[in-house]
Ligand binder design. Sequence first.
Ligand SMILES: [Zn+2]
Length: 419
Amino acid sequence: MASSKKFWIIILLLGYNVISKGQSKATFILSSRYFHPNGEGDTLNTLKMIDIYKPDRMDWMYLTNLTSIDSIKRKGLAFSLALNPQIPDSLNYTRKGRIINMYGERLVAPWMRSWHQKNGNWGCVNSNEFRELLYQKTVELIKTGADGVLFDDARLNDHALEWGGCFCENCMARFEVFLNAKNIYNFSKVTFINDILATRNGSRSNEDMNFRKMNFSLSNEFIQFQRESVVNFLKDWYSFVKEQSSVLLYANNGNCIWDDIYSNFDGGISEITPRNLTDSFFIGCKTKIAKLNKSQTFTLVSKSVYENVKFLIYSSIYEFPSILPWDVMVFGEKGNERFYGNPGDFNPVIKILHKGVLISKKKYEEVNVEEFRFKNDGVEYIIILSSEPNLNEQIYTNVYTGCKLIFTHPNYSILQNCK
Ligand SMILES: [Zn+2]
C-alpha cells in the first residue's frame, strides 16, 4: 500500500511539535466514592482495584467503617475522606439546622431530587446546630488517620441561592444585622418575602427560584449576605481544623475555580469535561494555583476511552494528579451516574506515564491524531491517540514501520524501540 503510506507521511508533515522540558511527575488516585462491595450483589471491589491500578493514594471517599479504612492502610496508601452539607442529625435523616425556602420547607438540591436520600437536606451555614455537626464529623474523619478531608458541595448557602434558600430564622436574624451594618434598618421578613413573591407571578416552584436571576428589594444584599456567610463559615472551619491537625482540606472546585469560597481550602479536585482537555486550560490552571500556592487534582466526566486516555496523558504532562477512571461521576441518560472503566483499557498507558518523561508531543489537526513520545527507564515509547476508531492502527502500520507494537486499542497504540 505504497500510496497509503505516502498519504500518511504527508499528513504527518502537517503536524506541529512541542518539546517538553520538565519531567513528568504523574500521580494517579483512586477515588472509590463508596467502599465496594457495598452490600450483597455488588460485584465491584475497591481492594481489587487497588491491586490492579496500584494508585499513589485514595481521595474523595465516603467511608467511616474502620475495618475498610484499615484494609486501605494495610495497602500502604494515604487517603482523604469526604463529607458534605448533608451530614445527618437525627438517625440517618437531616432535620435540624437545614437550608429552608421562604415557605419554611427544607430544600433538596435540584440534581439530588431524584436520588431520594434520607439525608437529602443541606445544612445552613448560619445554623449553630449544623456548625457543631460539621465540626464533630470532621473530628471523626481526622481520627481515622486520613491526611485530608474533602468538603463536597462547599458552596453551601451560596449555591442554595439558585434554588430557593435560605430563609431560616438564623439567616433572617443575621441578615438583619448585616443590613444594619449597611445602615438599612427596619427589616421585616414578611415584607421581604412579599417583595420576592410579587416578582414571581404566583409561582411557588423552587425550580425557577434562582435569586441571582431575580430582581427584588434587597436582592443584591441578600446574595452578598449569603456568600459572606459561607466564606466566614469556611474560614472558621479551616481554623478549627488547623488548630488540632495538619490534615489538608479540599473542595470539589468546578473547573479549577479559586474564588473567595474555594480559596479557603488547601486544594481542589475538579470534575472537568472533555472540553477542558486543552493545553491552554491546563496551563491557565497551573498559573492560577502557583500564584495561590494551592494543589489541584482533576477527574474527567466521560465514559470514552479516548477521552480518558487523553485526560491521563495531559494531566501527567502538566503534573496534575488525576483520578483514575473507576468510580467517577459521568453524565448518563438519566442524570449523573458512576463510570467503572475497564483497567485493561487504561493500565498500559498509566504504566508509561507513571515515571515517564515527556520528550515531545505532536498534533495532526487534519486527521485528529496526537503523538506523544515518553522515555521511561531508558526506553522510548510512542503513544498514538485518535478519537476515530482504528485510525491509529492505520498510522502505525503505515508510518511507524520500524517500531515494535506493544499495545493496541481502537483509540490508541503504544509503540517501542522506534528506529
Ligand atoms: Zn439559613
